[in-house]
Design a protein around this ligand. Structure first.
Ligand SMILES: NC(=O)c1ccc[n+]([C@@H]2O[C@H](COP(=O)([O-])OP(=O)(O)OC[C@H]3O[C@@H](n4cnc5c(N)ncnc54)[C@H](OP(=O)(O)O)[C@@H]3O)[C@@H](O)[C@H]2O)c1
Length: 405
């Protein structure tokens, strides 16, 4: 059977093993696909024939963490494709992402890492290819964003259906995968914990990274917010364009001194992903009623390998404020870890964030796209502090990937 829909030809046919398959010429968009009845389509995809070959595989290309340490601990293997459980869906991942958490997990520094050999990957964007028997909120063929505490660096991954979010038609798989961890983290910290309102002053560290850019864009959704952003000097032009009011080169300048020059009374919110001496400075830089939110320990990481001296130094330099001294100081110290949150607040934030995307108020910035085979280079992009925005992985097109930076 062949149909012509919006200048694309769709064809249903049976292969040698009598399986019903689907093709689309030329490469078609999701919007066009949504016109089809999917009941008779075993699997559909925006890339037609190429996608069928993927689905006919019985194994899934997988990035496996074999031990803790450097890049050599990661290997590409073919793992069996698992059947989704009752409340799960099987998703053909088109993109995954790298979060700082995965750099730390590879070094054995991340609370909640999978058992070895295991699979990292907290985010994926792809196409639903199979439904668990109790799943009613999704269909085969839906484009979804997935979030899970690891296990998603797989060509085909099973994901609880409630942790999958339908993607807007205009959203690319690269943008979709860049949304959950970075934007939900920034959203909860600024709006739920930080109570960000107009006219406030906010310090964002690692401002050119995934969370940093998300936090800056969310600050811009509130009128007249002043953003201080720390980043390597070469990234300042871009973070200024994203919305940072005062970029600070933390490598050559003391960020606390620079902030205090502009805001001598202190600031309202500091997002601290660093710990160590930077956490201590953060508390001192708050104005009364100010809030510091600790959400990472990047100062423990000093390169691809595990550095125990750096870990101990960061731990030692991190302040431990006494509650009795916080009361007269009128300062708030908070912690945030998305991996330990229940699903409900994550869902609530995702719904709001997808609405903000549809309104054009936020747009993930993609730094670069790498194939699974390039996982070491992709991680080095972050360890070497080269990324501006999100570093993306894809299980496909290993010969055709060009880093965008
Ligand atoms: N608690 C949570 O739920 C949660 C969720 C997401 C992320 N986080 C935390 O948020 C922080 C940012 O995460 P992300 O995924 O968005 O990463 P990212 O910012 O994209 O990370 C890479 C960038 O961080 C900067 N950086 C600062 N210290 C670094 C170091 N020791 N090693 C390498 N790069 C360093 C570099 O930029 P410059 O050259 O500009 O310094 C580098 O390009 C991390 O600490 C992460 O653990 C926490």
């Amino acid at each position: 059977m062949t149909r012509l829909i919006q200048n694309s030809t769709f064809r249903l046919f049976k292969n040698k093993s009598n399986r019903l398959l689907f093709t689309c010429y030329p490469t078609c968009t999701h919007a066009k696909l949504s016109n089809l009845t999917r009941s008779s389509i075993e699997y559909s995809n925006i890339e037609g024939e190429k996608a069928q070959l993927k689905m006919e595989k019985s194994t899934s290309k997988t990035i496996v963490l074999t031990g803790y340490g450097g890049y050599d601990k990661l290997r590409i293997e073919e793992w069996p494709i698992m059947k989704p459980g009752k409340d799960e869906v099987l998703v053909n991942m088109r993109t995954n992402s790298i979060n700082f958490a995965e750099l730390m997990a590879r070094q054995g520094l991340y609370d909640g890492s999978p058992k070895l050999p295991g699979v990292l990957g907290m985010e994926g964007a792809g196409i639903v290819t199979q439904l668990g028997e109790d799943v009613t909120n999704l269909k085969v063929g839906d484009r979804v964003i997935c979030i899970k505490m690891f296990g998603l660096w797989k060509e085909f991954a099973t994901v609880p259906a409630e942790q999958c979010f339908p993607m807007p038609d205009a959203m690319t798989f690269e943008e979709g995968v860049a949304l959950p961890v970075n934007y939900v983290t920034a959203y909860h910290m600024l709006f739920d914990i930080g109570n960000l309102r107009k006219g406030k002053k906010v310090v964002i560290h690692m401002a050119a990274g995934g969370v940093g850019i998300a936090a800056t864009q969310l600050c811009k959704t509130v009128p007249n917010v002043t953003v201080f952003g720390t980043a390597s000097a070469v990234k300042h032009k871009i973070i200024r364009e994203v919305g940072v009011t005062h970029p600070i080169d933390y490598r050559t300048q003391d960020w606390q001194t620079e902030v205090t020059k502009v805001a001598p009374d202190g600031v309202d919110i500091i997002l601290d992903p660093l710990l160590g001496s930077d956490a201590t400075k953060a508390y001192a830089t708050l104005k009364p009623l100010g809030k510091v939110i600790h959400f990472g320990a990047a100062n423990m990481v000093s390169g691809p390998g595990t550095n125990y001296f750096q870990i101990a130094k960061t731990w030692w330099q991190t302040y431990r404020p006494a509650i009795l001294s916080m009361m007269p100081a009128n300062k708030v110290v908070a912690g945030y870890h998305m991996g330990h949150l229940p699903q409900e607040p994550i869902r609530e934030a995702m719904v709001d964030l997808i609405a903000l995307y549809n309104e054009g108020k936020i747009k993930p910035r993609i730094d670069s796209v790498w194939s699974y085979e390039q996982i070491a280079d992709a991680m080095a992009q972050m360890h070497d502090r080269k990324n501006i925005g999100k570093v993306i992985l894809t299980p496909y097109d290993e010969n055709n990937i060009t880093p965008k930076t």
